[in-house]
Design a protein around this ligand. Structure first.
Ligand SMILES: CC(C)(COP(=O)(O)OP(=O)(O)OC[C@H]1O[C@@H](n2cnc3c(N)ncnc32)[C@H](O)[C@@H]1OP(=O)(O)O)[C@@H](O)C(=O)NCCC(=O)NCCS
Length: 91
């Protein structure tokens, strides 16, 4: 789990990204950690907006973003792959 600057189709924004070992999937860790990263990004690092860039076919990742309170903002192409930008703003 990380907060990291990313190009979201011409704009650089701060991303919450997630990658877990397969044996740990489905235990709720990603959703819990995404929420914690969001709180840290807004409260401690004072970011105004956070995004997650997700392949449109990655249903588990889309669900994690939704559980962190993010909403689908736009779609763009990255290396030929259709990607969603999910985002949430502080306040
Ligand atoms: C995406 C990833 C981090 C999710 O991790 P996880 O620990 O399994 O996630 P959680 O258990 O917190 O929650 C996953 C949610 O997605 C849902 N989900 C899982 N697989 C799903 C699928 N194929 N379709 C729809 N929903 C799915 C779960 O049911 C859960 O939602 P719920 O609590 O409402 O039931 C993990 O699959 C991963 O590391 N994947 C490889 C890297 C990756 O794709 N990262 C994201 C790049 S944008």
């Amino acid at each position: 789990m990380r907060n990291y600057p990313q190009d979201t189709g011409g704009v650089t924004e701060m991303e919450i990204g997630y990658l877990f070992a397969r044996r740990e999937w489905g235990k709720g860790y990603a959703a819990e950690a995404a929420l914690a990263c969001k709180e840290y990004g807004f409260k401690s690092l004072k970011y105004k907006k956070l995004v997650s860039i997700i392949n449109v076919k990655n249903f588990a990742s889309i669900r994690v973003a939704e559980k962190a309170g993010m909403k689908k903002e736009k779609t763009f192409l990255r290396a030929g792959n259709k990607m969603y930008v999910y985002s949430i703003s502080n306040g």
